[in-house]
Design a protein around this ligand. Structure first.
Ligand code: SF4
Length: 236
């Protein structure tokens, strides 16, 4: 079973989707006016956080000028500002802001990753691109042995996690439709009773329109916190 470090190296070196690699490189070459003085990461963005995390967050994909620029998931754009503020309020992050890879932020009991590791045009990865990237999520879940709660940020992430759960786990009840705060419990190899907890994605499209408010996001991490017991998940 690969370690998180091995998975990170494989992700960063991945070229399975040539069209996405070309798109990310072009974004980094042209840049956004506000970031003209910066070198863009422009490579696949690996997951990051606490290797002993009991809470795993799964997002959609890097933002073109967010983590495709900074190289760290949800770092450097509006979605990340919302997410890390909420994680800090809930005690899962050491600070509320995430601006670059060396900003001192530490995740507590939390690991953040994504369904797709390269920024896709219009934030819409194709089914083939999603399938190409799925093995990295599977490997991360195998390496994260203490996971108890998986927070899925948006429908695409939710679908990716449920596809993985169907492949490697057993459902303890039916999966309902995607909805904010929807829960499904699954047994994963070596970990019984893992809760898949859905959240609307903290995209500007959702936060600027009130589809997702700060209190709604706080409710997700409050629920995640309440689902964590004092000890790691029992072995099955
Ligand atoms: S999206 Fe995933 S599979 Fe495709 S090139 Fe990027 S890291 Fe590789």
């Amino acid at each position: 079973m690969p370690t998180l470090e091995t998975i990170e190296r494989r992700v960063v070196a991945c070229r399975k989707c040539p069209e996405l690699r070309a798109y990310c490189a072009e974004i980094g070459r042209v840049k956004k006016r506000a970031f003209l003085d910066q070198d863009y990461w422009s490579r696949p963005v690996p997951g990051w956080g606490d290797p002993r995390a009991r809470v795993v967050l799964v997002g959609l994909a890097p933002g073109a000028h967010g983590s495709n620029r900074t190289g760290r998931v949800f770092t450097g754009d509006g979605s990340g500002e919302w997410l890390y503020r909420a994680l800090h309020r809930a005690g899962f992050a050491s600070q509320p802001n995430a601006s670059h890879r060396d900003d001192g932020l530490v995740l507590r009991d939390t690991f953040i990753t994504a369904a797709v590791r390269c920024a896709p045009p219009a934030n819409k990865p194709t089914p083939e691109q999603r399938a190409n990237c799925a093995p990295y999520l599977r490997d991360e879940f195998a390496a994260l042995r203490n996971v108890r709660v998986v927070v899925t940020l948006g429908k695409i992430a939710d679908d990716a996690v449920h596809a993985l759960a169907k492949e490697i786990g057993t459902y303890c009840g039916p999966r309902g439709p995607f909805a904010h705060l929807a829960e499904t419990v699954v047994d994963l190899p070596g970990r019984a009773g893992v809760t898949l907890l859905a959240s609307y994605h903290p995209s500007r499209q959702n936060t600027n329109t009130g589809v997702l408010t700060e209190s709604m996001l706080d409710a997700v991490f409050s629920r995640a916190r309440s689902l964590l017991g004092p000890s790691p998940a029992k072995e099955v």
